[in-house]
Design a protein around this ligand. Sequence first.
Ligand SMILES: Cc1cc2nc3c(=O)[nH]c(=O)nc-3n(C[C@H](O)[C@H](O)[C@H](O)COP(=O)(O)O)c2cc1C
Length: 188
Amino acid sequence: MFKSLGNNASVFPMPVLMIATYDENRVVDVMNAAWGMNCDPDKLMLCLTGTHKTAKNLRISKACTVAMADRAHLKEADFFGIASGNKMADKFEKSGMEAVKSEKVNAPIIKGFPIVMECELLEEVETEHLHCFVVQVVDTLAEEAVLKEDGKPCIHKADLVLFNQFRASYMAVGEKVGQAWGEGKALL
Ligand SMILES: Cc1cc2nc3c(=O)[nH]c(=O)nc-3n(C[C@H](O)[C@H](O)[C@H](O)COP(=O)(O)O)c2cc1C
């Protein structure tokens, strides 16, 4: 028996993205975003409120890095979603994290998050029902410590976290339960 939960967009899981940008004075800002996803194999769409400091920075610097939060930096990741660079000039400094400039794009890389995408702004899309920034992934970097022997990231080693919007909670990643483009073959 189904029970109605209302007209909420109810996708699970959502990512915990750390979007890092520079302002016009090279001051670092980072925001937490759950409403972001691949929209092409090498592009992301980031649904950001247009008045966020991050949105303003993106329009100026035309670039960002997008990392995924890990369990070790949950406090900092959540802080990036509570405080705004619009009101707190030293928001990033207050987090205690460190940043280095990306070699490929005009944006900071936050040290500590194990996997990060270096991105350039392609366009800001605004229609009646959509507002997002589409970014080109120029490169993805991963700490060697989170890679498996095959050179691909191990999500458990990276200890990335997920966002559960039903409960506004952060979740750890569970076990592998199947192979995509594989499990269904039994029914072909
Ligand atoms: C778990 C979580 C997810 C969030 N997801 C988004 C999002 O997808 N889009 C958005 O515009 N704001 C999102 N926010 C809110 C921003 O992170 C928040 O307003 C932040 O202060 C913006 O920072 P800035 O003004 O320094 O850019 C989220 C906050 C949290 C805690």
